[in-house]
Design a binder for this molecule. Structure first.
Ligand SMILES: [Cu+2]
Length: 155
C-alpha cells in the first residue's frame, strides 16, 4: 500500500481537472475558428418628421474574408418591424421599393446600402428620432454573431 490518501486526492482532482479542460477546450477552439470578418461603416438613419412612422437606414459592409456572408435582416428597439429593401427599376422608368429576402456579401467585396438602392426599412418607429442622435441597430448575418452598431440620425 503506498499513500492511499495521495491516490484519493488525485482521484478527487481527476474530475475537476477534466472539467477545467472541458471549459478551456471550447474557448481555445473558438479562437482557432476563422470567423468571416466584416467591416461596417457609414451607418446612418434618415431623419423624418415626427408624423412619419417609417424611415430607412444605410451603411456599407465589406467582407474581408474569403468566405461569402449573407445579411439576413436586422433588429432594433426603435421600430416595430424591419425589412431589407432595394429600389427596383420599373417598366415605366421609375423605381419602386422592393423587399429582399436577404443580401449576399461575396468574399472580398463591399455592398453599399445607400439612397436610391439597398436600404434597411424601419416600419412603425416606436418614438420620434432626433437629428444627431445615435440609434443602435443589430445587423444579422448567417455565419457571424449579430453586429450591433450605432446609426446616426441625419437629414
Ligand atoms: Cu423601403
Amino acid at each position: 500500500m503506498i499513500c492511499l490518501r495521495c491516490f484519493d486526492r488525485v482521484r478527487a482532482l481527476g474530475p475537476l481537472l477534466a472539467l477545467s479542460l472541458a471549459v478551456l477546450a471550447p474557448l481555445s477552439h473558438a479562437g482557432e475558428i476563422d470567423e468571416p470578418e466584416l467591416l461596417i461603416d457609414n451607418m446612418w438613419l434618415r431623419a423624418v418628421p415626427p408624423v412619419s412612422s417609417n424611415t430607412a437606414g444605410y451603411f456599407s459592409v465589406t467582407n474581408t474574408s474569403d468566405e461569402p456572408v449573407t445579411l439576413l435582416g436586422f433588429s432594433t428597439d426603435i421600430a416595430a418591424a424591419g425589412e431589407l429593401h432595394t429600389m427596383a427599376p420599373q417598366d415605366d422608368g421609375t423605381r419602386r421599393m422592393q423587399r429582399l429576402p436577404d443580401v449576399p456579401v461575396p468574399a472580398g467585396e463591399t455592398v453599399h446600402f445607400a439612397p436610391g438602392g439597398h436600404h434597411l426599412m424601419l416600419f412603425r418607429l416606436t418614438r420620434p428620432l432626433e437629428e444627431g442622435e445615435q440609434v443602435e441597430l443589430c445587423l444579422e448575418f448567417d455565419v457571424t454573431a449579430p453586429y450591433c452598431l450605432p446609426f446616426e440620425v441625419r437629414r
